[in-house]
Ligand binder design. Structure first.
Ligand SMILES: *Cc1c(COP(=O)(O)O)cnc(C)c1O
Length: 368
């Protein structure tokens, strides 16, 4: 083994990572900006959660509860789960990384899908693993393609259900078929960051599958419908063996006290969640129809965002639309990094933002 490097060298895989690039936030020179690039809710958090956050400010000198008990109990009671099977993370992103660190060794393979969330690839590489990318079918996760990609080295499979940035979902029958086809030692991670928005009767976020198997984990987040992205709160529902492994590795105080307090109150405010779902369903439908009416293609979405596909025509491509929208203060998300060369992803915003995007894109498509 050579020992002659002149400086510290990161271990294998780290320098293969392309750092995550968050959605844009600014539109230079525009006074009023509507940020529709990171799937944040336009409705903010529950007022009760804000109040709980404020109250926690009185004790910032104290370490938080390392077990996040109040939050785990609130999640368990709302979802009808055992508290012991729930583990919280500093955003679900942290949990995705911890699962890779726990279950991947150097040289192991992790399966991800063509348009899958970029964090999976980053975390597989960070654990010394090899990402194996499987094609999707018309923006849909393809169970047969995943099963065909499994090798002796496969240790983990990540799917977002629903998907980001596609907004599509796999029905529960397909997720069951995927689990049934995987070797028992392969961990299946179901990232259900947008589960609360889905209203299809054949969708199941993963609770049933986790409860009935030993190799499935469901991850969830408070960053989307609960409007608490700034506080970084995620959770996973998993078999006890997996909870035990991740508990050994995680930071002892990985959730901060204001997050624990606000999260525990937010998840109990079901009226707030219902209002958010209604706003989203209404606008998902209106936006989809409005964009189709001006000649754009939209991938059918069950989430709080839309994937909009632009014509392959000079002046009408996604880059042109992005520049035009940004100049008017509407910031959408370019998705080239996700394998969409000519599309933009739009988060459902306030009524004002949504109407503004409809009008601006109408103008964009209508111009000569
Ligand atoms: C937004 C999102 C998350 C949530 O990440 P947090 O770290 O909990 O904020 C996870 N997965 C997907 C696919 C997402 O889009």
């Amino acid at each position: 083994m050579s020992n002659d490097a002149l400086k510290p060298v990161p271990r294998k895989g780290i320098l293969d990572i392309a750092a995550y690039v968050p959605g844009k936030e600014h539109a230079p020179g525009v006074a009023r900006v509507f940020k529709l690039s990171s799937n944040e809710t336009p409705l903010g958090p529950s007022p009760h959660a804000i109040e709980a956050f404020r109250q926690s400010v009185g004790h910032l000198e104290l370490y938080p509860d390392g077990q996040a008990t109040a939050l785990r109990e609130a999640i368990a009671s709302v979802h009808g789960l055992n508290t012991a099977n729930i583990l919280c993370g500093n955003g679900s992103d942290e949990l995705l990384g911890l699962l890779c660190q726990c279950y991947l060794s150097a040289g192991d393979e992790g399966i991800i899908t063509e348009h899958g969330f970029l964090v999976y690839k980053i975390q597989i590489l960070g654990s010394g693993g090899t990402p194996v990318v499987v094609k999707e079918k018309d923006c849909q996760v393809d169970v047969d393609a995943i099963l065909a990609a499994v090798t002796q080295k496969t240790k983990i499979v990540f799917i977002a259900n629903p998907g980001n940035p596609t907004g599509t979902y796999l029905p529960v029958s397909e997720v069951r078929r995927l689990q049934a086809g995987l070797p028992r030692h392969v961990l299946l991670v179901l990232d259900a960051a947008y589960a609360e928005y889905v209203r299809e009767s054949d969708y199941e976020a993963g609770i049933e599958l986790v409860s009935n198997s030993r190799n499935v984990v469901m991850t969830r987040t408070f960053s989307k419908i609960y409007g608490l992205a700034a506080l970084r709160i995620g959770w996973m529902y998993a078999p006890l063996d997996i909870i035990d492994a991740v508990n050994r590795l995680r930071g002892p105080f990985n959730l901060n006290a204001p997050a624990i307090a606000a999260g525990a109150v937010a998840i109990r405010d079901r009226d707030f969640v219902e209002t958010a779902i209604e706003h989203n369903l209404l606008w998902l439908d209106k936006l989809t129809h409005a964009f189709e009416a001006i000649g754009l293609k939209v991938t059918p979405s069950v989430t709080n965002f839309l994937l909009i596909h632009f014509p392959d025509v000079d002046g009408k491509r996604s880059d042109d639309a992005d520049a035009f929208l940004t100049s008017r203060g509407y910031i959408l998300r370019a998705v080239k990094g996700y394998g969409f060369a000519n599309s933009l992803r739009m988060t459902v915003g306030t009524e004002e933002a949504n109407r503004g995007v409809i009008e601006t894109l109408g103008e964009f498509m209508g111009r000569a």
